[in-house]
Design a protein around this ligand. Structure first.
Ligand code: IVH
Length: 680
């Protein structure tokens, strides 16, 4: 193929577009606005339309050029594409590392460097570059033979049509994973549901389906990316003798590599990589199903060789699957603190996401309808991290003949009061209010919780007992519990009763913010309660404020303002507050401090790294309480950075800019010095 000679400015325009593509899709560091990119792209397109004979196949405009193909042709891989052996826990990983050491004849003191990588949940592909030009893309297939998907890989923006820079081998086969972004997958399925199309089961299936399209225009519309994780055939050139260095070189040639690569010198490093990645897993924009550890040095890799279809020099550390199939045995209805009726699926116990799950939330009736779920259906249950397990799909093909539809109750399953659904709301509620034992119990659990009155020792179980024995019905009943009554309960000894009564007494002295939060007003969370307390200073002022006045409080919108006003207009709620005050619950009240007079007014803070003693949200709320703004990135405008452990680039930037830096210990001391009440 003879290379077309382009006018200099067109070549420059094309190079510029390639550079921006690389910065955006490979480095994740875009340097120009999207609109500017589009403008340059259109300029090149216009010129090419006028000069069709000079269009290069590698031009950034030529990604979706190809016509649909009639069928896939087979490609035989010159070097087989292998798979990986698995381990499932730290112990198995330690044993694996030990075996490798022994095989290489190393002593316990000698260490082997490993490359650590996420195991991307997509499909394996091979890209072939000759003289820097992408000439072929193929699926892994059975490892020996795959399918030619060149027309489709060309549409993926993170795959360069020509390599950047110089020094690449004449013939270079790059291998990696094509995967679909989670957000794109959700959007695609939502769109498919709207037009009644078949839904994809998960991002991996969606990626596989997208890459096996005959028409590249369809693939081009799918949110696919590719990360490279190894090289295959290399001819007419050299690559480094280490894996990570090779990947970095691939990146400099324009190929995308995963940003979470790391090196491990020993098992401890591997375990901490596992910890870090497990925490990150749910936040990653793509799915990973584990991690891969590879001996970093190619000479050692060669000495280790292969067993059947997997290399000895690499191992996959598999995460527990986040999805599993099980059966819905029943659907029951729970009553929450605000009376919300939540359908819960009782499941045949199933191991998913590392634990045994026997219940999953179904949220509300609309969700049951959306899922089309019936009792006795087989369903897919999803559990990620600490999130409540969720039913994500019904397997209709497996519906038994005796499956039956879920009927929404008309009466509360606990107090038999009528269930009402306010027009425009998705949630149905029990109308029993605090006359409903379930609502009463949940309200009490909330009242004593850590962020409310913080009555440690009054747990959910004990409240259950107290409510069912009718020893406690209203909040203030807590303050009239006697030692003799408590002693009669099972598992309540002299010491624990004394301790509980002391805690109840001590926590009567509280703060206005905690008290407002404890009341359990709908939609009034901790932060809102804190803002109300700060702006009004006195409970009576909050109670008598108009909806308009309430709406001026930061965080309070029209709905929350309405809930507040309505709560304080009900006689029974005023009676509750009264009885609590009479029982001795108290808090300091004072004239509110004007915003401008707050000690951190106009100051910009940035939080980075992990705070060990308090959550990010809490730290942010405390700073806001003192009047500071909390920003997401460090700039010249930043006044102070609070740096927890494992702080990264934000800390470095703060150091470069000479911004004040506080450690977590210093930050806590600082908050205490400003009279902030801490929950540590
Ligand atoms: S290395 C010989 N690295 O996992 C080495 N594979 O179970 C073979 N995969 O077919 C691959 N992320 O599709 C490697 N960082 C990674 C990977 C990865 C995902 C997939 C790949 C392979 C399968 C093996």
């Amino acid at each position: 193929m003879s290379k077309a000679i382009l006018p200099l400015e067109i070549q420059q325009l094309s190079d510029q577009l390639d550079l921006h593509n690389y910065r955006y899709h490979v480095l994740d560091e875009p340097s120009i606005p999207d609109a500017h990119y589009d403008k340059l792209f259109k300029q090149l397109q216009a010129w090419e339309q006028a000069n069709p004979e000079l269009v290069s196949p590698q031009s950034p405009t030529q990604r979706v050029g190809a016509k649909p193909i009639n069928g896939f042709s087979q490609i035989t891989h010159e070097m087989p594409m292998l798979s990986l052996d698995n381990v499932f826990n730290g112990e198995e990983l330690t044993d694996y590392s030990q075996r490798i050491k022994e095989r290489l004849g190393l002593s316990d003191e000698q260490s082997i460097e490993y490359a650590c990588e996420p195991k991307l949940d997509g499909i394996a592909v091979s890209l072939l570059y000759e003289n820097g030009l992408l000439i072929r893309g193929a699926t892994r297939g059975d490892g020996t033979t795959g399918e030619d998907i060149t027309h489709n890989v060309r549409t993926i923006a993170s795959i360069p049509l020509k390599l950047r820079g110089s020094g690449y081998p004449d013939k270079l086969e790059v291998r990696g994973e094509i995967y679909m972004l989670k957000a794109g997958f959700v959007a695609m399925n939502e769109q498919a549901a709207k037009i009644g199309d078949k839904l994809f089961v998960n991002p991996r299936n969606a990626a596989a389906g997208s890459i096996r399209q005959l028409d590249p225009k369809i693939t081009a519309r799918r949110p696919l990316e590719m990360c490279c994780y190894s090289v295959g055939v290399v001819e007419g050139g050299e690559i480094p003798d280490e894996h990570i260095a090779t990947l970095e070189l691939l990146q400099s040639w324009g190929l995308k590599i995963n940003p979470h690569l790391s090196k491990a010198q020993n098992i401890g490093d591997k375990i901490s990589y596992i910890d870090t990645m497990q925490k990150l897993r749910d936040q990653l924009p793509y799915e990973i199903d584990g991690l891969v550890f590879k001996v970093n040095n190619y000479h050692l890799q060669q000495r280790l060789g292969f067993i059947s279809r997997a290399p000895r020099w690499a191992i996959a550390y598999k995460f527990p699957a986040q999805e599993a199939l099980t059966e819905v045995e029943n659907v029951e209805f729970q009553v929450g603190r605000t009376g919300a009726i939540t359908p819960v699926a009782r499941l045949k116990p199933v191991f998913v996401g590392g634990v045994t799950v026997s219940n999953a939330t179904l949220h509300n009736m609309d969700e049951i309808q959306r899922l089309g779920l019936q009792v006795k259906d087989t369903v897919v249950v999803h559990r990620a991290g600490d999130v409540i397990p969720k039913v994500v799909r019904v397997i209709l093909e497996q519906r038994p003949a005796d499956a039956y539809a879920v009927e929404f109750p008309t009466q509360c399953p606990v107090c038999q009061a009528e269930i009402v659904r306010i027009a425009g709301e998705v949630v149905s509620r029990c109308s029993g209010g605090l006359a409903c034992a379930a609502q009463r119990k949940e309200a009490l659990v909330h009242y004593v919780s850590k962020k409310a009155l913080d009555i440690d020792g009054l747990g959910e179980k004990l409240i259950d007992t107290l409510v069912s024995k009718e020893m406690v019905a209203k909040f203030d009943d807590i303050y009239h519990l006697s030692k003799s009554n408590l002693m009669r309960l099972e598992r309540m000894g002299d010491k624990s009763v004394d301790k509980l009564l002391q805690t109840i007494e001590r926590t009567k002295q509280t703060s206005l913010a905690r008290f407002i939060y404890a009341l359990g007003i709908r939609e009034v969370g901790e932060a809102t309660a804190r803002n109300l307390a700060r702006e009004f200073g006195y409970l009576d002022r909050v109670m008598t404020a108009s909806v308009e006045r309430l709406e001026q409080v930061s965080d309070v919108g029209p709905i929350v303002a309405k809930h507040l006003a309505s709560f304080f207009s009900q006689a029974q709620n005023l009676a509750v507050i009264d009885s609590l005050r009479t029982a001795g619950v108290n808090w300091p009240e004072a004239e509110p401090i004007a915003e401008a007079e707050l000690s951190l007014a106009n100051k910009v803070y940035v939080l980075t790294g992990t705070l060990e003693q308090m959550g990010r949200a809490e730290a942010k709320a405390h700073l806001q309480e003192l009047g500071a703004k909390v920003a997401g990135s460090v700039s010249k405008k930043t006044d102070c950075v609070v740096a927890g452990t494992a702080a990264g680039s934000k800390l470095t930037k703060a150091q470069d800019l000479g911004v004040e830096i506080l450690t977590e210990v210093e930050f806590i001391a600082f908050l205490k010095a400003h009279n902030v009440v801490l929950d540590l």
